[in-house]
Design a protein around this ligand. Structure first.
Ligand SMILES: [Zn+2]
Ligand SMILES: [Zn+2]
Length: 376
C-alpha cells in the first residue's frame, strides 16, 4: 500500500471517528462509504438496506464469490480520549474500532480493484450495520448479502496484540450469547403457615444452586460454558410467602453442540424442581448470538497468508464477548481473526484507541487473503 493511500484511509478513519453513529442510525456513515467506493468505480449492489453497504468486485476470470465483512456502528459511550479527532457527538463513540474495520476493508477493496484483471472470481464487501446490538448481520443475510457467496472472512481489532500480529483459531473464537427468563409460580400465603402455601422462594433457591450442575455433570468436560443468574425478584415483605419468583440470566459457550443442549437441560431441571415442590414454571429462552465458529478447513490459508506477508501469527485466544459475524457462519463457512492494533484499553472503554498503522496491515492482509482464496 502506498503511503498516499494509507494517509487517505487514516483521514477517512478519523472522519468516521469524529462522526460516530449508533446501530441502525449509520446514515451518514453509509453515504460516505458509498461515496468512497464510487470514487474508485467499485460496484455497489442494489440491496434493500436502510444502513450499511454491500459492494462487489468482479474478477476478470470466472470463479467463486467470497465475502469480506466489516461492521460500521459506534457505541453509546462518552469518549474520554485526548485524540484531536475525538467524537463530536457527546455520548457516542467508536469505542469498538468499527471505524478501523470500515476503512481497512475499504482499503482491501481499493487494493483488490487494482488487481481485478487477474482475479479468479468475485469479492463482495459487506459493510454491515448494527453489530453492537447483534441485529445487522441477520438483516444483511435476509436482504441477500450472502447470495452466491461460498465463504466469508472478517476480523476484530485486538488492543492487546501488537500491530502486525494476527490471532488465528479454528472453532469457537467468540462465545454464543443467550438470555433466559424463568418464572417460578407457587401459591402465596402466610409465612407462619407455609404448608398452606407453595413457596416459590424455596423453589428458586434450589434452582439457582442446582443449575450449576448442568455445567459440572451434564456437559462434556471439554465443552466450556457459563450459566449466570443475574437477577432474582420475589416477595416484598417479611411475613408473606409470595406467589412467584422471577430469575434472569445469560449462558455463554464456545461449542454449538453445548449451546444446543443447554436450553432443554435448564428447562427440564426447572420443571422438575418446580413440580417436585408443587409449583410450576414458565421458561423463556432468547437465542441471541451464535458462536463465532471458525471453519477449520480455512485455517491453513488464513495462517499462511499472514505468515507469507511477514506478520506474526499467534494462536487466537477466545473471548467471551459476542459478535454477530457468527450469523454468517451459520450459513456458510467463515473465518474471523484477531487483528493487533496495540491499543491502551479494551473494547468499549471510554479511552479506547488504536495504532492506525494497523490499517495498512489489515487492508493488505484481506486483499491478499481474497486473492489466495480465489486462486486455490
Ligand atoms: Zn463492540
Ligand atoms: Zn466490535
Amino acid at each position: 500500500m502506498s503511503n498516499e493511500l494509507l494517509e487517505d484511509l487514516i483521514g477517512k478513519r478519523r472522519y468516521l471517528h469524529e462522526n460516530p453513529e449508533l446501530a441502525f442510525e449509520e446514515f451518514n456513515t453509509t453515504a460516505h462509504i458509498k461515496k468512497w467506493l464510487e470514487a474508485h468505480n467499485i460496484t455497489i449492489l442494489p440491496l434493500d438496506l436502510e444502513t450499511g453497504v454491500v459492494a462487489e468486485i468482479k474478477g476478470a476470470f470466472a470463479g467463486p464469490t467470497i465475502a469480506i465483512r466489516s461492521d460500521i456502528d459506534a457505541l453509546p459511550i462518552k469518549e474520554e480520549t485526548q485524540v484531536p479527532f475525538k467524537s463530536k457527538t457527546d455520548g457516542k463513540m467508536h469505542a469498538c474500532g468499527h471505524d478501523f474495520h470500515t476503512v481497512s476493508i475499504l482499503g482491501a477493496a481499493i487494493l483488490l480493484n487494482d488487481q481485478k484483471d487477474k482475479l479468479h472470481g468475485s469479492v463482495r464487501f459487506i459493510f454491515q450495520a448494527a453489530e453492537e446490538i447483534a441485529q445487522g448481520a441477520k438483516i444483511a443475510v435476509e436482504k441477500g448479502a450472502l447470495e452466491g457467496v461460498s465463504s466469508i472472512f472478517g476480523m476484530h481489532n485486538k488492543p492487546d496484540l501488537p500491530v502486525g500480529t494476527i490471532g488465528v483459531k479454528s472453532g469457537g473464537l467468540m462465545a454464543s450469547v443467550d438470555k433466559f427468563k424463568i418464572k417460578f409460580n407457587g401459591v402465596g400465603g402466610h409465612a407462619g403457615i407455609p404448608h398452606n402455601a407453595i413457596d416459590p422462594i424455596v423453589i428458586a433457591s434450589q434452582y439457582v444452586t442446582s443449575v450449576q450442575t448442568i455445567i459440572a455433570r451434564r456437559l462434556n468436560l471439554f465443552d466450556n460454558a457459563v450459566i449466570s443468574i443475574t437477577s432474582i425478584h420475589g416477595g416484598n415483605t417479611w411475613n408473606v410467602i409470595p406467589d412467584s419468583v422471577e430469575l434472569e440470566g445469560t449462558v455463554r459457550t464456545f461449542q454449538p453442540d453445548a449451546r444446543a443442549a443447554i436450553p432443554d437441560l435448564m428447562k427440564n431441571l426447572a420443571e422438575s424442581i418446580a413440580q417436585g415442590n408443587g409449583g410450576s414454571v414458565e421458561f423463556i429462552w432468547d437465542d441471541y448470538l451464535p458462536v463465532v465458529n471458525n471453519d477449520a478447513n480455512l485455517e491453513e490459508i488464513v495462517r499462511k497468508t499472514a505468515a507469507d506477508a511477514g506478520y506474526n501469527v499467534v494462536d487466537g485466544v477466545p473471548s467471551a464477548g459476542g459478535e454477530d459475524f457468527a450469523f454468517y457462519q451459520t450459513y456458510i463457512p467463515g473465518f474471523f481473526v484477531w487483528m493487533g492494533v496495540n491499543g491502551p484499553q479494551e473494547w468499549h472503554h471510554p479511552e479506547y484507541d488504536l495504532n492506525e498503522e494497523a490499517i495498512k496491515v489489515a487492508s493488505e492482509y484481506f486483499a491478499q487473503l481474497a486473492v489466495n482464496v480465489l486462486s486455490k
